[in-house]
Design a protein around this ligand. Sequence first.
Ligand code: SF4
Length: 357
Amino acid sequence: MITCGRAKRRKTKTINVGQVAIGSTAPIVIQSMTKVATVDVTRCVKQISKIIRAGCRLVRIAVPTRADTAAFAKIVQKVSVPLIADIHFSAARAVEAIEAGAAKIRLNPGNIKDRESIHRIIDAAKMHKTAVRIGVNEASIRDLKAGDVPPRKRTALMLKEMKSYVRLFENRNFTQLVLSAKSSDCLRTIEINRLIAETFDYPIHIGLTHAGLPEDARIPSAIALGTLLTEGIGDTIRVSAAGDPVEEAKIAKQILIALGLYERQAPELIVCPTCARAEIDVIKLARRVKKALAGIDKPLRIAVMGCIVNGPGEAADADLAVCAAKNKAYLYKNGRKTAIVPESKIIPVLLKELQNL
Ligand code: SF4
């Protein structure tokens, strides 16, 4: 283990994916996938720009057909982040994507198995300095499709699949590898990634696959990824959600921020949960403050508290805090009480103060 700021990280090889380093002390990289047709180059580039703005430093693109790898070559020229080609079933697509400029390709051991194809891919990846992610997926392992396999056996089979695939690459002297093993089950995701971390020193891409709609994916993803990250496991992360990739990036960013693994560039809003003691409409005020904070790109800490029970405590840590009392509110700046504002003026005063921070 090594210490990076407040966090513990597992010591791994460092793998370069284009200009982005993955592993060990390199910052944990958020990534997502495009969700428009790859052949629609304009839409794809537009979506990649949004994904980058949301905090991703790597973007993965599916290239199921020859037309997609041709489009991939054009997209590579138009974007500022390294691109990963997502490959299933076809060694030809893998080689085309590498030649088209993929900084990394993702291979699924469950569907590209023959040695000759793998050697062809390795030789192309070596020639073009392309990294490879070996992405084991529980749902793709043949022995696991046959029904009732107990959880321990499942993770053991996933690890076995990973070991034999890694060996194929290492035997051909290829070590530019990132590993991942995904399941839609939270606990199995945690267990298989622990096993991989114990077994290999390659960086690990972590994610909970098929996690559902964004509102359903948020908590299981936070539990699985958060648990692993607190153990120092995970060098690049993707939250898989059936929705806008920008949402995926936002959730991933929230997980990393909560663990102190991502430098916040936007304000943090602390809001008390409200209770019968609240002297103002806390939720309404918090919503307005959140709206006012939307365009601010400073790591400010703002607190909105419904009464003075916990208010002054939170205010001590906040750049700006409002603690409501009967018909008025106390305004705190950097822990110091600076004003008493009548209830009707709380919002305008707070919004004005925000502009001056
Ligand atoms: S700060 Fe006051 S109003 Fe808010 S939850 Fe705590 S006690 Fe209730």
